[in-house]
Ligand binder design. Sequence first.
Ligand SMILES: [Zn+2]
Length: 498
Amino acid sequence: MKRQIVIISLVLWIALACQPLAPAQTPPAVTDIPTETPTQQAAEPPAELPADPNAGADGLGDSFYPGFGNGGYDTQHYTLDIHVLDVQTSQLEAAATIEAVATQDLSRFNLDFLGFEITSLTVNEEAAEFARNDQELTVIPAQPLSNGGTFTVSIEYKGIPDRMESVALPIPTGWVVYDDGIFVLSEPDGSASFYPVNDHPLDKATYTIIVTVPEPYEAAVNGLIESEVDNGDTTTYTFGITDPMASYLTTININDFDLETMESQAGIPIRNYYAASLPGNVNEPFARQGEMLDYFGKLFGPYPFEVYGALVMDTEFGAALENQTLSIFGVDMVDLDDIEGTESVVAHELTHQWFGDSISVADWSDIWLNEGFATYGEALWVEYDYGKDGLEEWVTAVYNEVKAYPEYYPPPGSPAPNDLFNGGVYLRGGLTLHALRATVGDEAFFDILRAYHDRYKYGNASTEDFIAIAEEISGQQLDDLFDAWLYDKQLPEMQGME
Ligand SMILES: [Zn+2]
């Protein structure tokens, strides 16, 4: 994720040679953050279920968002079949089929799901009872499920997705309809706005996503396109996501697109989607993605997925998001008068494919493992173009920015749950990695990044996991370094900075 407030500070390094840092922009007022997810307007009454030792938990124990995700099972594969009957009203008819393995004996279990009318719900093809309470959908199978057994939940539903804002950031989240189309930006909890899901990065799964849209719209989704079928008045697109994916990285985008395909030198396929109404040169900041993929592949280890690409929507949403294999950008994140500045956002989202997507947080409080790494990816791209001098300028500029406005850049290790994407997790998080590099040296630093990705790819990691690898590879005791950079109110000195 990249919010606009952060980019304002970060693009400044490019202007460094000729002008001093502009003062930090005042972040947009944080208003209208709901204290809980919106209440769905379902016909079913709220759940009033008796306590039951064999009930799956209604959360996954996240320290920030205990209600996100659910316990008692592990999803393996989602098949989502979504018919968009009308793009402007976003009237949907959909079916979700979830294959899962029970991790305990289960009399009932929960999914996260907001809104819609559920018209059919089965477990292992037998009709199941269910109850709804806010985002919690409780499913009561006709037969209890045994620990270790696989089961299939099929849910048919229809209606219009609820508009929502996350508890973590005040922008429209989940399935968002605007004048010309639809985009999906779900970090951290928007996925439940359009499909029933175990909505926490701890439970990754593979996906098949089938989207049917009326002519002349097109659909752009994560993963590789498997088929595109012209049904006359509608078109059906099928996409396969064959690597495990955290639910918040699922994206479905509907518009009229210009599709651009290419390959990196190392052979990674790239496909970019640009809303057709955008200017013809909107692709310029994305031209070097192949070079970035190959360069970051050398630094971080092989690119973990089978395809990459960017999607630019013709609406402003104040953010870009690293959806797995398909990062999406609000048009306000793409400045065609500042290609280099926009490239830095491109490098940010691309770095997330390793750090955020392939390795996801085990707990949302560890968000700096996503944003600090992606921010440092911007610095690495500067280093690629401008060498050590460019990197030093970047570090000095960012350090001075963080030092000058400590209230906007709090310690990255402990953000507030209602301000998950504060400037500190980005800039001070990125500086934390540079401080590690300055302490252990370049060789050990990049060995650490590669070992970290290799060990935790397609899974989850915590701050402790990363520190353990850094200590193991460097042979140094690094607790004091990480404590100071991640948690001290006082910004530490940067070793080697003039
Ligand atoms: Zn990010």
